[in-house]
Design a protein around this ligand. Structure first.
Ligand SMILES: [Zn+2]
Length: 123
């Protein structure tokens, strides 16, 4: 085999290797994306399952998951407390009927029309 033929073979071989490498990279990205998609789907289902479990077992003091249930209840209470502080800071309150943020002095909710629980006009 002549020098030029050898050179041609070397170049062709390098091109084929680069192509194989590019395909490997593309396949790796594709597989990682598919894994990520499945993991995301799984996490959403775990969250939904966890919420359903919480709702079904939250009042059972002997439940196997009572420690997690207690922690979640405390977290829900903490978020409620933080939201109350946020409302106080902004001069708003949360409508007990629809959850809309309304002015703390508003007697009626502008969204659903519910009367404020602590309204002074309520006797
Ligand atoms: Zn409302």
């Amino acid at each position: 085999m002549g020098f030029l033929d050898q050179l041609k073979d070397t170049i062709t071989d390098a091109g084929a290797k680069a192509q194989t490498k590019a395909k490997e990279v593309a396949d790796t990205v594709s597989l990682k994306n598919q894994i990520h998609t499945e993991e995301k789907k799984q996490m959403e289902l775990f969250v939904r399952l966890g919420k359903a479990y919480f709702e079904a077992h939250k009042d059972d003091e002997n439940d196997a998951m009572v420690a997690d249930i207690t922690t979640i209840k405390a977290s829900i209470e903490a978020i409620k407390n933080l939201n109350d502080q946020l409302s106080a800071l902004k001069g708003t309150r949360v409508c007990a009927n629809c959850g809309e943020e309304v002015d703390k002095d508003a007697v009626f909710c502008p969204k659903c029309g519910a009367k404020s629980e602590g309204s002074s006009t309520e006797n």
